[in-house]
Design a protein around this ligand. Sequence first.
Ligand code: PMP
Length: 406
Amino acid sequence: AQAIDWSAVRTDFPLLRREVHGKPLIYLDSANTGQKPVAVIDAVDDFFRNHNANVSRAVHALGTEATEAYEAARGKLARFLNVRGDELVLCSGTTFALNLVAYSWALPRLKAGDAIVLTRMEHHANIVPWQLVAERTGATIEVANITDDGALDLEHLYSLLTPEVKLLGVTHVSNVLGTVNPVREVCREARKRGIVTVIDGSQAAPHRPLDVAAIGCDFYAITGHKMAGPTGTGVLWARREHLADMPPFLGGGEMIKEVRFDGTVYADAPHKFEAGTPNIAGFVGLGAAVDYLTGIGMATIDAREQALLAHATQALSEVPGLRIFGTAREKAAVISFLVEGAHAHDLATLLDLEGVAIRSGHHCAHPLMQHFGVPATCRASLAFYNTFEEIDAFVAALLKVRKLLL
Ligand code: PMP
């Protein structure tokens, strides 16, 4: 593989040239949302300037161009995930994708006496939809523990997989701890027991090569805005047999073959689940994002981010009183931390004045915060466009603001 000029890659991201509060921006919040390369910005711009029309409706040239661009994005996403395009439902994000599984797959099937298993490191998007299902069906929710270093407690997880369990929801990568979960092994164990698996891939897709077919899950959800694409784009992959069996989630145009007041015939999957005008420009942008990421190479991105993570972990370990949450062996470039004697929000606020953007709060993972007995953490999340110099500047700023607070 050719060596990548990372400083050239960085110039692909116009926003990273910004200053905030008179300081050069150091953006360490990519797990929240990623910055966009000019290729993505241009693709969206070009769509609106030159090709804008609705999909699947008009026979005119623009209608065809828009439909082809939208379907081309589906094809790119299929190759990115190593699955078939007709198994991908294009939607607004992981939140929509997981709710689609909850409402169309789980709600009609689950009943009192059934159980759903989740893990303590799930994002609220992979908790609350299941609580809504449990409330309506009488199913119960069991929660798998995590170990002290923030890995899944697999022994505990497997002990929960009793015959009552119908569905298992697991995040591929924790948005708070960075932990990469052994989803392949977990799905194999679930499948042996006839349990359907739902994997939240939001934090995996931006960072590592994905082979959803090899994972062996039933459902896999990703969100476009964390992987260099526009907000309001996401994908649900589902096994074809599930898509065929599931009733539509939303009804409307685009998802039907024929509408009659005495009975409507739905379109085949995946269009059955794509009611109404989709985020066409958004998916054109996400298609460009996939091209951009695969142009660099996901394995190359992974290696770069692992080097940045190792550097940041080492540098932060020299900050007095700093505790890192999540030290599992296999981690994505996410570091949650607290500094003894300083509130997370105070640290983030003062770091912002230094130009450093990190997130503070519960990171949509209340149960995980409860597990650690803290109301909030600071989280620095890295992407391949960050630099070693930025990490050093961040740690220097952290040392400075720590002194102000203590
Ligand atoms: N799951 C995880 C692990 C996430 O990090 C996020 C985004 N914070 C989501 C789900 C929700 O994604 P979205 O808001 O884009 O639907």
